[in-house]
Unconditional design. Structure first.
Length: 449
């Protein structure tokens, strides 16, 4: 395939918003063109020229936190189906979590996932190995150049990976050669809260009580404990889906460089508040819970002061019938991938952050934090992973246009002004105005470790 020139795009290059052209040669960015004269000269050698005047070209999103439900829960999602959802949302690389069936807690089950993705995922990928109380021997065998990290359910788990032995956690932190990504909610606090509300409201309290059951206290107690255990080790501890203002006090501000303790925030906690339970019900039930407006505003401020390091989706599909019930019975989790980037760009339009901040948190910093090789930036010699968006189309998200196997979205009825037009993975256009090309698969990510 010949060279392709994408010219006249608005973009973000190393934190700077500018106008540029991108020359693609095979899988990589061959050149970045900052002048019209240079673009005109290159037009003669490029086999194909696409004029992106009025459009944005951003690095492909690297989502450090997805649940593709494969294997074992494929009635609601598969690696293949959710890779389409990723591409439709401008996401070119995903790191998938281990709580499937069987759980990804051995090197063999990990390798099985890589084989599945090689044959079915149109986006790039890596997978977490799940920590248990007795699989340190498997964690020691991780190839740090291939595996994104270890997932630790600390204090609360929806599967069989709860690690509640403090000495084992300390040993894990001392042993792991890859980042340890932790889900931090305290089970004892959650159970006590659930019992309190069941005594008042029956076996399945209304979902509006979910943020009081999976409370601020439950989150803070577990997160602070994780940081205490990490002290004195060399682990890179990455706390997932921070949901409270109080937790933010545990993290330092500033650039990602040199941090061994980092945190992620998710669109659910940046977009919704507990006021939305009356309108959306269990559609926004997730763990940790969507909490107060004060929490949301604090999380939004933390996007620009360097407290929050990355935005990941926690994309977690369930069928709508699995979302029936209340705080006890309805499944927790929501499908987010097709709308995560445009939703965060909408927050940029509202002044919450800048477009450059969105790129830093969703593209650059995930690449830096996990040491992803040659991805996450618009740079010469890097892989040609990017997405092209319009900023002048008003459209409404709905269940009917949601590209997920489960077929619904918590953003149903939300109006957006940003829209993903196409997504390119390794120089190949895998998504273009609603059409997918599944002839070329994504690649397993390589890490500079």
């Amino acid at each position: 395939m010949g060279k392709i020139l994408l010219k006249n795009a608005s973009t973000v290059i190393d934190g700077i918003v500018c106008k540029a052209g991108i020359l693609i040669d095979g899988e990589t960015i061959a050149d970045i063109i900052l002048s019209n004269a240079q673009a005109d000269a290159i037009c003669h050698e490029a086999c194909s020229v696409i004029d992106l005047e009025g459009k944005w070209l951003l690095p492909g999103v690297i989502d450090d936190h997805v649940h593709f439900r494969d294997p074992g829960l494929t009635h609601k999602a598969t690696i293949g189906s959710e890779s389409l959802a990723a591409a439709a949302g401008g996401v070119t690389t995903v790191f998938d979590m281990p709580n499937c069936k069987p759980a990804t807690t051995t090197i063999q089950t990990l390798n099985d996932k890589f084989e599945n993705a090689a044959a079915s995922s149109i986006v790039n990928h890596s997978f977490y190995l799940g920590a248990t109380n007795d699989n340190l021997d498997q964690i020691e065998r991780i190839d740090p150049k291939k595996v994104c990290g270890v997932k630790l359910f600390m204090g609360s788990s929806t599967g069989n990976m709860l690690v509640d032995n403090e000495s084992r956690i300390k040993e894990l932190f001392r042993t792991s050669r890859v980042p340890v990504a932790a889900h931090c909610e305290d089970t004892s606090v959650i159970n006590a809260n659930m019992e309190h509300f069941r005594m008042q409201y029956g076996d399945d309290p209304d979902v509006c009580f979910h943020p009081q059951i999976r409370s601020e206290e439950a989150c803070y107690a577990s997160t602070s404990k994780a940081l205490d255990i990490a002290a004195g080790t060399d682990v890179h501890l990455h706390i997932l889906h921070i949901s409270t203002k109080r937790e933010l006090s545990l993290f330092s501000q500033g650039d990602l460089e040199g941090k061994n303790i980092t945190c992620e925030c998710c669109p659910a906690h940046l977009w919704f508040t507990d006021n939305d339970y009356s309108r959306l019900g269990t559609r926004i039930k997730c763990n940790p819970a969507v909490k107060t407006q004060a929490d949301r505003e604090a999380l939004r401020r933390a996007l620009t002061d360097g407290t929050v390091d990355v935005i990941g989706t926690d994309h977690a599909p369930h069928l709508m019938q699995e979302k029936e019930g209340g705080a006890a019975k309805a499944a927790s989790g929501m499908p987010v991938l097709p709308y995560s980037l445009v939703a965060m760009l909408e927050l940029a339009d509202k002044g919450v952050m800048s477009v450059a901040d969105v790129v830093r948190l969703m593209c650059n910093n995930p690449a830096r934090l996990f040491k992803v090789k040659d991805r996450g930036f618009i740079r010469k010699g890097y892989k040609a992973d990017f997405t092209i968006l319009s900023h002048d189309i008003s459209w409404t998200a709905s269940d009917s246009n949601s590209v997920t196997k489960c077929g619904w979205t918590p953003f149903d009825g939300e109006r957006f002004h940003w829209k993903v037009l196409s997504t390119w993975v390794n120089g190949h256009r895998v998504f273009d105005n609603g059409i997918f090309d599944t002839n070329v698969m994504g690649q397993a990510v390589t890490f500079n470790r």
